[in-house]
Ligand binder design. Structure first.
Ligand code: CTP
Length: 415
């Protein structure tokens, strides 16, 4: 039995189990569409690829077929196809349609309701959300015609991701590069989340290890990578929540479609949480907040003195304790190296949490920097659930499943 089967995961959640129609148009960035198709398939999505005639000049259907393990459709009237109404079927069966790369020509056709090939017919026929990832020459993108077309599509609910600034195929530096594939996947998650079980709710996530300055070059910090918090922010976005991510420094890319508030110290994190709390339904404290900071931070670099040095530390504010009286749903994390359950239960009680997610940092496949985590979720009433080792993205969905159950008992409104 796989870990997923063990926990009874058979529903569609986020990208996993979703049906995505990927339209690829004729841009040099079409090869990046292959990376996108591959990553979406790896994330458990069923990807149907539709290529325009000019896309065929850049990449072959075989590339996409090999990556998605599904037929690739290229023509509106395909005699070999089972149904002459294929475009209607594809338009209706997809949870989301993404066009990446989207040329200026495709954008112009979509904005004007033209339907002279399979992809434009699908765009006209669909009622599913549409994500466009433009890629073109910088002057073509800047042209008022393209800008007006995009504005029209945005006003009809299309999600437009990118383009990014950078070096273009023409050699010119400008705005026209296809968005990073991670951001396109984020935009797809955002689109899928429109009907998610956290739609209309606001979730505040903290992530990363805070850094407490000792002098202008040195800081006290910990080994948190921020991956668990970022996975939670992405999973909440993919389920429809409005997400604010308060993050201590990490090496991670800010998740697309979330509001990111960068902070450094425990105090800054607490102030940011306090500012956001009134607008929030759920607070998830995945950050590894430093418990102590130097009681004095030097203005200048501390010099070697040839003698031993004693650091005096003072306690930082406890963010969850400060949030105790707030009527939010509160989820804490407990990273422990001994007496996991006893320590986690004590924290849950002391900090007035609804849930605590406990993990043994000494266990294999768990803890700092790892892509996976093995956690025990403890509920306020005492219920305890031990989960198998899972990808952090899956742990995030497991935690959110419990949050959804708590949230659905409350009226909407804050978010
Ligand atoms: N936490 C917090 N503010 C702090 C320290 C921790 O809000 N100053 C939060 C963490 O984000 C986590 C939970 O409290 O969700 C438990 O953190 P942990 O460091 O394990 O607990 P502590 O209360 O600091 O206990 P100890 O370090 O003694 O284990």
């Amino acid at each position: 039995m796989t870990a997923k089967e063990q926990i009874g995961l058979d529903r569609r959640r986020g990208l996993d189990g979703s049906r995505i129609l990927l339209g690829v148009t004729g841009s040099i960035a079409a090869y990046k569409g292959a990376d996108l198709a591959s990553r979406l398939t790896q994330r458990g999505a069923l990807v149907d690829v539709v290529m325009t005639g000019s896309a065929l000049e850049f990449v072959t259907p075989l590339t996409f077929r090999s990556l998605t393990h599904r037929p690739v459709v290229t023509r509106l009237f395909d005699v070999e196809s089972e149904s002459s109404m294929e475009h209607i079927a594809l338009a209706e069966s997809s949870d989301v349609i993404v066009v990446a790369p989207a040329t200026a020509d495709l954008i112009a056709k979509a904005a004007n309701g033209l339907a002279d090939d399979l992809l434009t017919c699908i765009l006209l026929a669909t009622r599913s959300p549409v994500v466009l990832a433009p890629a073109m020459d910088g002057y073509m993108f800047e042209n008022p015609a393209t800008q007006e077309n995009l504005a029209r599509l945005l006003s009809r609910g299309y999600i437009v991701v990118g383009p990014e600034e950078g070096r273009l195929a023409s050699g010119q530096v400008g705005k026209g590069r296809l968005a990073d594939v991670a951001d396109i996947i984020g935009a797809i998650g955002l689109a899928l989340g429109r009907n998610g079980d956290l739609a209309g709710r606001s979730v505040l996530v903290t992530a990363g290890g805070t850094q407490e300055p000792l002098d202008p070059v040195r800081r006290l910090t910990n080994r948190s990578s921020g991956k668990m918090g970022y996975a939670l922010a992405e999973a909440a976005r993919d389920r429809g929540a409005g997400v604010v991510l308060i993050s201590a420094p990490t090496g991670l890319r800010p998740p697309y479609g979330t509001q990111m508030i960068p902070v450094t110290t425990a105090q800054e994190m607490m102030d940011a949480v306090a500012r956001q709390a009134a607008e929030t339904d759920v607070l998830i404290m995945a950050a590894a907040v430093a418990d102590y900071r130097p009681s004095f931070a030097a203005d200048n670099k501390i010099k070697k003195s040839g003698k031993a040095m004693t650091l005096v530390l003072e306690e930082t504010p406890d963010i969850l304790m400060e949030a105790k009286a707030l009527g939010l749903i509160k989820v804490g994390f407990a990273a422990e190296s001994q007496d996991l359950v006893v320590n986690a239960r004590q924290k849950l009680e002391k900090k007035g949490l609804d849930l605590i997610v406990a993990n043994d940092i000494t266990a294999e496949g768990s803890g700092f920097g790892s892509e996976t985590n093995r956690v025990t979720i403890i509920h306020r009433g005492g219920k305890m659930e031990e989960l198998p080792t899972l990808m952090k993205s899956e742990v995030a969905h497991q935690v959110l499943d419990r949050v959804v159950a708590l949230v659905s008992a409350r009226p909407k409104g804050k978010g």
